[in-house]
Unconditional design. Structure first.
Length: 487
C-alpha cells in the first residue's frame, strides 16, 4: 500500500530546508525547543528524506531527464540515445560539460537530504515530547538516509564535501573530503542505525529504510571501497534476515504492484500524480507505438537499449523479453527494426493507472539479485579462485532467467581462473540489472568503462570521465571547492 508518499508530499512542504546547502537562511534563529513536540512531528521530519528522492519532480529519482539512475546508465554500453544531440547523446558519447543541469540536480538534492537528516540528528535527541521508540527509529532512518545520499554522491562525484551536522551545514563553505573518508563516515552511521531499524513495517509505513536496506547500503559502500570482506559480511547479514528472495517472474519486479515484491530491498514509491510517478515507458516509446488498450501515456522516444547489448543475451534468456526488435504500430501494421538498429526497452510494466507519463511502478533501487551477484564477485576477488559458492549464487539468479533449465547454469569447469569468473559476473550484472543505475560503476570497478566507450565510438574518452564534474554552479558559489580535473 502506497501511503507513505502522500505523507512525503505534505512533509516536504511543511518541513524543508533549502534545496541548495549553501543558500543563505536564518537557521541560527530557529529555536529547537519549538520543534519535535510529539511523535507526529518527528515522523513528518524524517518523511522529508524520502520526499527528497523525488527531487524537483523531474530530477534525482524523479520522473525527468535528470534522474540519477538513467544518468548513470546513459554513460555505458547498455544505452543508446535516439538523437545525435542533446543530453542523452552527450552522456553516451562523452561530451558532457560541468554546466549540464543533471550534475547540479543530482548534487543539490542529496545535500538537501543530508541537511534534513542532520537537523533530525542534532535536535531530535533533546525533544521531550517524542516517545523513545519513535525517537530511536526516526534517528536510525535519518542516519540511513544520510548514508544513502552520500553513497549517491561519492559513486558519482568521488571526493565531495562531508557535512556532519546541521549547524555546520548552515554556515559552511566546504571543500571536498576524500571519497574514502566520506564512505567511512557513512558506514559508521549505518552501523549505528542498523540495530534500531526493523526488518519490516506494516503496510502504512511501506517504503521506509529497513534493516535490509541498511545492510544493502553497507554492501554498496564496501564495494566502492574495494573491501571484499566487508561486502561478504554485509551480504551475509541480508541473507540471514530470511526476508528477501529471487521471485519467480522477472517482470514482477517492475510491475505496477511491485511495492509488495519480495525481491526488492528498497525502492522509491511512485503514484500516478504529477512529478511523483514512474516515467520509464514514456521515455522509451516511439511515436507510432500502439499502446495496449487502457494505457494512456505520452511517447517521447528518447533512448533505447543498445543493439550490441541486446545481442549479447542468450536468445532464451527471459530477461531479454523486456526488449523488442519489432512492435505493433498505430497504423495497424508491424514495425520491424533493422538488424543494426537499437531496440526498445520496456522494462517497467504497463500501468492502467498511469496519468500523462506517471505510472505507479515503484522505482527499484536495491534488490536481492544485486546482493547475490555482488557477493559472488566479492568472494571471487577475495579468494582469487573459482569458488563453488560464487557459482551457486550466480545460478540462483540465472535459474529464473532460464526457467529452471539446468543446461543454462554455469559450472566450475567453465572458468579457468578468478579473472574469467569476474568477467562473467560483469556480464551477468548487465543482463540482470541494466537500466537500474548500476552499470557505470560496475564498468569502472572492472576497468572497462573507458574501453567500452571507445568501442561504441565515444568522442572524448579520457580518464577524467570516470567521475562526474563538480557542477559549475557550485564552483561559482563556493571558492573552496576544487574543480574536477579535466572539466
Amino acid at each position: 500500500m502506497k501511503k507513505l508518499l502522500y505523507i512525503f508530499v505534505a512533509s516536504i512542504i511543511l518541513f524543508s530546508s533549502c534545496e541548495d546547502q549553501l543558500e543563505d537562511k536564518i537557521y541560527d534563529k530557529l529555536v529547537p525547543g519549538l520543534y519535535f513536540q510529539n511523535d507526529n512531528e518527528a515522523i513528518a521530519a524524517v518523511n522529508t528524506l524520502y520526499g527528497v528522492l523525488n527531487g524537483n519532480g523531474w530530477s534525482y529519482y524523479g520522473a525527468g531527464n535528470e534522474r540519477i539512475q538513467m544518468g548513470q546508465d546513459a554513460m555505458t554500453d547498455v544505452f543508446a540515445p535516439t538523437s545525435g544531440s542533446g543530453m542523452w547523446y552527450e552522456l553516451n558519447y562523452f561530451t558532457w560539460k560541468n554546466t549540464m543541469g543533471m550534475f547540479s540536480q543530482n548534487w543539490n538534492w542529496p545535500y538537501k537530504g543530508i541537511s534534513d537528516g542532520n537537523y533530525i540528528i542534532e535536535y531530535l535527541p533533546e525533544a521531550t515530547g517524542v516517545s523513545d521508540n519513535v525517537k530511536t527509529r526516526v534517528l536510525a532512518e535519518a542516519k540511513t538516509g544520510i548514508a544513502f545520499f552520500y553513497w549517491d554522491l561519492v559513486k558519482s562525484y568521488g571526493d565531495v564535501p562531508l557535512i556532519k551536522s546541521f549547524s555546520e551545514g548552515v554556515l559552511a563553505i566546504p571543500t571536498q573530503t576524500p571519497k574514502a573518508e566520506v564512505i567511512d563516515y557513512a558506514l559508521g552511521l549505518l552501523e549505528e542505525a542498523v540495530v534500531d531499524l526493523p526488518i519490516t513495517y506494516d503496510d502504512a509505513n511501506d517504503g521506509r529504510f529497513t534493516k535490509g536496506a541498511c545492510y544493502a547500503l553497507m554492501m554498496k559502500l564496501y564495494e566502492l571501497n574495494g573491501d571484499n570482506q566487508g561486502v561478504i559480511d554485509a551480504t551475509s547479514e541480508i541473507m540471514n534476515l530470511n526476508k528477501y528472495k529471487i521471485v519467480d517472474n522477472y517482470l514482477d519486479i517492475f510491475a505496477p504492484d511491485n511495492d509488495q515484491c519480495e525481491e526488492i530491498i528498497f525502492a522509491k514509491q511512485c503514484l500516478p500524480d504529477f512529478n511523483i510517478g514512474n516515467s520509464f515507458l514514456t521515455y522509451c516509446l516511439p511515436n507510432d507505438f500502439q499502446r495496449p488498450e487502457g494505457i494512456d501515456i505520452q511517447h517521447w522516444d528518447s533512448y533505447r537499449a543498445r543493439r550490441e547489448f541486446y545481442n549479447s543475451f542468450d536468445p532464451v534468456d527471459a530477461r531479454r523479453n523486456t526488449m523488442y526488435t519489432e512492435y505493433e504500430n498505430t497504423s495497424g501494421g508491424i514495425t520491424v527494426l533493422p538488424d543494426d538498429a537499437d531496440v526498445l526497452c520496456l522494462k517497467y510494466g504497463w500501468d492502467p493507472a498511469a496519468v500523462i507519463v506517471f505510472g505507479t511502478n515503484d522505482i527499484v533501487i536495491l534488490r536481492y539479485a544485486d546482493v547475490l551477484l555482488t557477493r559472488a564477485e566479492a568472494i571471487t576477488r577475495k579468494s582469487q579462485s573459482v569458488e563453488q559458492e560464487a557459482i551457486e549464487l550466480i545460478n540462483e539468479v540465472r535459474d529464473r532467467a532460464f526457467n529452471h533449465n539446468s543446461d543454462k547454469m554455469v559450472k566450475l569447469s567453465d572458468f579457468a581462473n578468478a579473472d574469467e569468473l569476474v568477467d562473467w559476473i560483469l556480464k551477468e550484472r548487465g543482463w540482470e540489472l541494466y537500466f537500474e543505475g548500476h552499470r557505470r560503476i560496475d564498468l569502472i570497478r572492472h576497468g572497462k568503462f573507458l574501453s567500452k566507450a571507445q568501442e561504441r565510438g565515444a568522442i572524448d574518452v579520457a580518464e577524467f570521465r570516470k567521475v562526474w564534474p563538480i557542477p559549475q554552479a557550485e564552483l561559482d558559489k563556493n571558492e573552496n571547492l576544487i574543480p574536477t580535473p579535466g572539466y
